[in-house]
Ligand binder design. Structure first.
Ligand code: ADP
Ligand code: MG
Length: 322
């Protein structure tokens, strides 16, 4: 039987490379971070709860990846560079068959972004994974939700909707071929945090956030914080082949309100269009212009003929969802 400390040592206490920003990692009462002069820490925390955010029998390798990915996505949306993270873990049992792949999925992504695990807490209980990430950015340069300006272009990264397609297929609400399901479920289980894009647009964009609960619901947060409105060109949203094969209604619903995309939605001054396209190329991330910020409050959904669409959509909310 693994003790709490054996478990931490074996699965989570990895040697830290020389890193000027991390003065002390796992093992003491606190870790110590040393931010560079002129930099601010960007901090975010996301919890994944069994039965709420993932199925209780979910693949632990994917869970390790996703629990860090959703946190890194928040750093990306602020334009921050990842430094370190902590992991608070509640586990029903110390099961190596779960811990080994979980730790592998977690550290693979952590290494990819040079984000170091510097501490945490481990307890017995219902499966619950809570990560806090620490990133840095030059003081005053964060991409805040409140910074959108009237006439800004609105952009989104990557493609929308495939994660939701996978979820709907698991719930038997739509049918996908097994090849399609394997592509869609990669998008659901292994989102790629858009760190490189966040850094590339940081000095160009005004407002940004990551799309986790569905594009329109998340964009509404920017509009509210910035006290502006917007129009979206619904049929120009970037969607993949799989979603294009669904009915127009399904395409619109899932791209606008699907959730779990972990793409960036951001606003930029019109004169910066070419800079944003260059930032997309430099960060190897698709970027698509999808609408405009306007002075009139509210969100208008337009088709390609600029006709207003009356779609009944709602994005995800933990306390109003069934
Ligand atoms: P404390 O008694 O101060 O709360 P703990 O005994 O919980 O410390 O943890 C011992 C050390 O192991 C601490 O440095 C803590 O940050 C680290 N730690 C505990 N659980 C984890 C975990 N799941 N991942 C990474 N580090 C952890
Ligand atoms: Mg503790």
């Amino acid at each position: 039987m693994l003790s709490e400390f054996d478990l931490i040592k074996k699965y989570f206490d990895q040697p830290l490379p020389d890193d000027a920003n991390i003065a002390l990692g796992i093992g003491d009462d606190c870790a110590l971070l040393s931010p560079n002069v002129g930099m601010q820490l960007a901090i975010s925390c996301d919890m994944l709860v069994s039965g709420r955010h993932f199925f209780p029998d979910a693949d632990p390798y994917f869970l390790g990846h996703k629990s860090l990915a959703v946190n890194l996505s928040d750093l990306a949306a602020m334009g921050a560079k990842p430094l370190a993270f902590t992991l608070a873990l509640s586990l029903p049992e110390a099961n190596p068959d779960w811990l080994e792949p979980f730790s592998r999925g977690l550290f693979e992504l952590a290494h990819q972004h040079q984000c170091r695990l510097i501490g945490g807490d481990t307890t017995k209980g219902p499966l619950n994974i809570c990560i806090t990430v620490f990133g840095e950015l030059p003081i005053g340069s964060a991409l805040k939700r409140s910074a959108a300006k009237v006439d800004d272009d609105i952009w989104v990264s990557g493609q929308l909707g495939d994660a939701r397609l996978a979820l709907n297929a698991y719930l038997n609400e739509i049918e996908l071929t097994s090849d399609q399901l394997s592509i869609a479920s990669q998008r659901l289980h292994r989102p790629s945090p858009r760190i490189a894009l966040g850094l590339a647009i940081r000095d160009i964009a005004h407002a940004a956030l990551d799309v986790s609960d569905g594009l329109i619901g998340d964009l509404a947060h920017i509009l509210k914080a910035s006290q502006v409105g917007a129009s979206l060109m619904v049929d120009q949203l970037p969607i993949g082949d799989m979603l294009q094969q669904q009915s127009l209604q399904t395409q619109r619903e899932i791209s606008l309100a699907g959730g779990d995309d972990y793409e960036l939605c951001f606003t930029t001054p019109v004169h910066a269009r070419e800079l944003i396209i260059a930032a997309g190329i430099a960060s190897k991330t698709q970027v698509t212009r999808i609408g405009k910020v306007e002075a009139q409050s509210g969100l208008r959904l337009l088709d390609n003929n600029l006709q207003t669409l009356n779609l009944k959509l709602h994005s995800f909310d933990h306390f109003t969802a069934p």
